[in-house]
Design a binder for this molecule. Structure first.
Ligand code: B12
Ligand code: SF4
Length: 466
């Protein structure tokens, strides 16, 4: 069969409270989900598989229709983030306009809302969990002209129920084939905070055992690849000239032991790469950071979220401000750059002073970069349930959006103490407070490595200033 996997255009993303400058600069990561499925299908079957990254190519729907119709797929698979549901649905409709026989949807949105997603007009099936094996099985059933029923993780009929334990999760991540990045235009992806070379993302574990209330990852079982398998993947990146890696594992350091083992293997193989990880503060120590630095780690991204103990406790971050400060200080001493993520507008920020506490804390922490977002509670998280319980949040608008995606939908913020406009104003204040400091501008000017680096940073900086 001819299978086309599409990352939809990003034309109607649900209003997110991240400044446009930041979003624009961040959205150039490769679609690992589609690359993993395509690599798997090509290795395990005779299907012809192609990936279309409509986001990277900034396609409008006429161009998308033209490209889909030119390739004549039998099946289209679309990856879905909740915030992109309008574009996902428009992509489904565009595929139907040009006569695509079957459309299947997968991705984080389906994991959370399979029934609603299957109910969208034009969707023939949805796949919950990791899509590689279920997609292969579904294609086999469709090719044989049979009815798709009873395939683990697949729903193809409104009355199909996929219980949580029937979602497809591989128990052995090593079993998945090494991603074939040549299936996409891999040289065009980049990381604005990176060093400007060819860059890619890699994922070496799935899930997270922690329970932060704003995050829906904990429902997914935590599993890891072995260091040898991760390094095989890194070697295949190096063979393509890629030297910058961003590990997008939800939390890279669930155990220090795994990180030590991976660093040992990177060093044993003398892999010439620079890499970034997403870390928790807990457990970070000097020996770990020194080994990571020796193995090529240049940047760590920490989800700090709040500058007060009360805020950290309420979000069940399971860390203290002291531990956070210690981790950032160690990174500075060892020479690893840091990015701190913060949320504005949480339930414990009741007054402007409370928000200012978080802003002041973010500056005191002295990371190399910060990212501030407005807290947007997603259905399916503990925080969303708490918001419904307290009468702050309402599920109905979300359900309506999921059943009939509409570009005018705005995700509800936590508006118990501030209006949306006030929160936006505070968010703007946070960005300006950090980035408009002369110390920050001077430090960054001193770190510019080449003309390309200067151009990227100047573009992002000018957009932020605007
Ligand atoms: C890298 C990343 C980003 C990057 C790049 C995103 C991108 N467009 O590729 C950036 C930084 C831009 C980003 C931004 C955001 N992100 Co993000 N991101 C991730 C992260 C860390 C890794 C994604 C990844 O590459 N995974 C690796 C691949 C292999 O796994 P996968 O995507 O799960 O795919 C598998 C299955 O889902 C399934 N599948 C996926 N697609 C398809 C398609 C078909 C047809 C089939 C059959 C199966 C299938 O099979 C795949 C292979 O097993 C995930 C968390 C995570 N660890 O996955 C969050 C995550 C995807 N992000 C999330 C969110 C909320 C956001 C933001 C909204 C945050 C914000 N407030 O701004 C924005 C939205 C951006 C936008 N406008 O679309 C949520 C999504 C939740 C949801 N219900 O949609 C996640 C799950 C994190 C979380 N736990 O909350 N993100
Ligand atoms: S926010 Fe990070 S540490 Fe917390 S549960 Fe989600 S992935 Fe785990």
């Amino acid at each position: 069969m001819r299978v086309l996997l599409i990352r939809p255009p990003a034309r109607h993303t649900v209003e997110s409270e991240v400044p446009e400058a930041v979003e624009a600069e961040n959205l150039s990561y490769p679609p690992l989900s589609l690359i993993s499925i395509a690599t798997f299908l090509l290795q395990k079957s005779d299907h012809q598989v192609k990936i279309m990254d409509a986001q990277l190519d900034n396609l409008d729907y006429d161009e998308l229709r033209q490209r889909v119709s030119a390739w004549k797929p039998d099946v289209v698979g679309i990856t879905a983030f909740t915030v992109q549901l309008v574009d996902v649905h428009k992509t489904v409709q565009a595929c139907h306009d040009v006569g695509v026989p079957r459309v299947v949807i997968g991705g984080p949105h389906v994991n959370d809302f399979p029934q609603e997603c299957l109910g969208l007009s034009g969707v023939d099936a949805v796949i919950k969990g990791e899509g590689q094996q279920p997609m292969l099985d579904l294609l086999a059933v469709w090719e044989a002209g049979k009815v798709a029923r009873g395939i683990p993780g697949v729903m193809a009929h409104p009355d199909d129920l996929v219980p949580e334990d029937d979602v497809y999760f591989s128990n052995d991540l090593d079993d998945y084939p090494i991603l074939d990045l040549t299936l996409v235009d891999y040289q065009r992806y980049y990381d604005v905070m990176g060093e400007g070379g060819i860059f890619t993302t890699v994922i070496s574990s799935r899930g997270c055992p922690y329970r932060c209330t704003f995050c829906n990852t904990p429902r997914h079982r935590y599993r890891v690849m072995t260091p040898g398998r991760v390094c095989d993947e890194l070697e295949s990146c190096i063979a393509l000239g890629i030297r910058e890696i961003y590990f997008v594992d939800d939390t890279f350091n669930i155990t220090n032991k795994r990180v030590h083992a991976l660093c040992d293997e990177i060093m044993r193989r003398k892999l010439d790469i620079r890499w970034t990880v997403r870390f928790r503060v807990k457990g970070v120590d000097r020996a770990l950071l020194e080994k990571m630095k020796a193995a090529g780690c240049t940047r760590i991204q920490f989800g700090v979220e709040q500058g007060t103990e009360e805020g950290l406790l309420r979000l069940k971050k399971d860390v203290t401000s002291r531990e956070i400060e210690h981790a950032f200080s160690l990174c500075r001493q060892v020479g690893i750059r840091t990015v701190a993520y913060f949320m504005i507008g949480t339930p414990t920020e009741r007054t402007r002073e409370d928000v200012m506490d978080t802003i002041r804390y973010s500056i005191r922490l002295n990371p190399d970069f910060v990212m501030y977002n407005l807290l947007t509670p997603f259905p399916g998280t503990t925080l969303f349930d708490e918001g419904m319980r307290d009468g702050v949040l309402d599920m109905e608008p979300w359900l309506q959006f999921m059943r009939q995606p509409d570009a005018s939908f705005k995700a509800q913020v936590w508006d118990e103490h501030f209006s949306r406009d006030e929160l936006r104003e505070l968010l703007g204040l946070a960005w300006k407070s950090f980035y408009w400091r002369p110390e920050f501008v001077v430090k960054n000017l001193l770190q510019i490595r080449n003309i390309a680096d200067l151009k990227r940073k100047a573009t992002a900086g000018l957009r932020l200033l605007a």
